[in-house]
Design a protein around this ligand. Structure first.
Ligand code: 5GP
Length: 192
C-alpha cells in the first residue's frame, strides 16, 4: 500500500481556506481525508462538531497536548487550535491523502517535523488584495471590532510567510483556486 500524501493548506484567516478545501474535497478521485482539528473557540452558526472542528474545552485540549496527541498546536486570537496526530498517521498508512487546513504558525511546526518526507505538499492561499481580505473578514460579522483588528494584523504578518510554501494560490474565485490545487495534487499523485 502506497503511503498517502500530507497536503498542508495554509494562509491568513479569512482568505477562504475552508471554502476552497470543501471544493477540493468534492473530487473523490483524490481520496482525500480532511484532518479535523480540535479547538477551544465557540462553534459558529452552521458548523458541526466533528465536521469543521472538534469543539473542546481548554482542559481537554491541554490533556491532548500533554499526552503527545497533537502534531502541532497554536494559540490564535485567544483560543487554542491543534491537529490530532493519530488520524493523520492512520489515514496516510491506509493510502488516503490527508488534507490539513491550519494557520501559518502551525504549518511552520509541521514542516519542521516532516522534513525529508517526499509525500508532503504545501499550499499558501493568498487573497487578491489585503483590502479584499478585510472585506471578507468583516463580511463574516461574527466578531467584534477588536477581534477583527487582531485577525487583520495577524493576516498581514502571516502573508510574509508565503515564500516558505511549495505553491502559492490566489483566491480570486473559489472555483479557480480549488481547480489549481486539484491539478497540482493530481500531478503529484501521477508522479509518485
Ligand atoms: P477559525 O477560527 O477562523 O476557524 O480559524 C482561525 C485560524 O486557525 C485559521 O487560520 C485556521 O486555519 C487555523 N487553524 C485551524 N485549525 C488549526 C490547527 O489545528 N492548528 C493550527 N495551528 N491552526 C489551525
Amino acid at each position: 500500500m502506497k503511503k498517502g500524501l500530507l497536503i498542508i493548506m495554509s494562509g491568513p484567516s479569512g482568505v477562504g481556506k475552508g471554502t476552497i478545501r470543501q471544493k477540493v474535497m468534492e473530487d473523490p478521485s483524490l481520496k482525500l481525508y480532511f484532518s479535523v482539528s480540535v479547538t477551544t473557540r465557540q462553534m459558529r452558526a452552521g458548523e458541526k462538531h466533528g465536521r469543521e472542528y472538534w469543539f473542546i474545552n481548554q482542559d481537554e485540549f491541554d490533556d491532548l497536548m500533554n499526552n503527545g496527541k497533537l502534531l502541532e498546536w497554536n494559540r490564535y486570537v485567544g483560543h487554542s487550535y491543534g491537529t490530532p496526530i493519530d488520524p493523520i498517521n492512520e489515514h496516510r498508512a491506509a493510502g488516503d491523502n490527508v488534507l490539513m487546513e491550519i494557520d501559518v504558525h502551525g504549518a511552520t511546526h509541521v514542516l519542521k517535523k516532516v522534513q525529508g518526507d517526499k509525500g508532503v505538499l504545501t499550499f499558501f492561499i493568498l487573497p487578491p488584495s489585503l483590502e479584499e481580505l478585510e472585506r471578507r473578514i468583516r463580511g463574516r460579522c461574527s466578531e467584534d471590532e477588536e477581534t477583527i483588528q487582531r485577525r487583520l494584523n495577524q493576516a498581514r504578518e502571516e502573508m510574509e510567510q508565503k515564500g516558505n510554501y511549495m505553491f502559492n494560490v490566489t483566491n480570486d474565485t473559489v472555483e479557480q483556486a480549488a481547480a489549481d490545487i486539484v491539478k497540482i495534487i493530481k500531478e503529484q499523485l501521477e508522479a509518485q
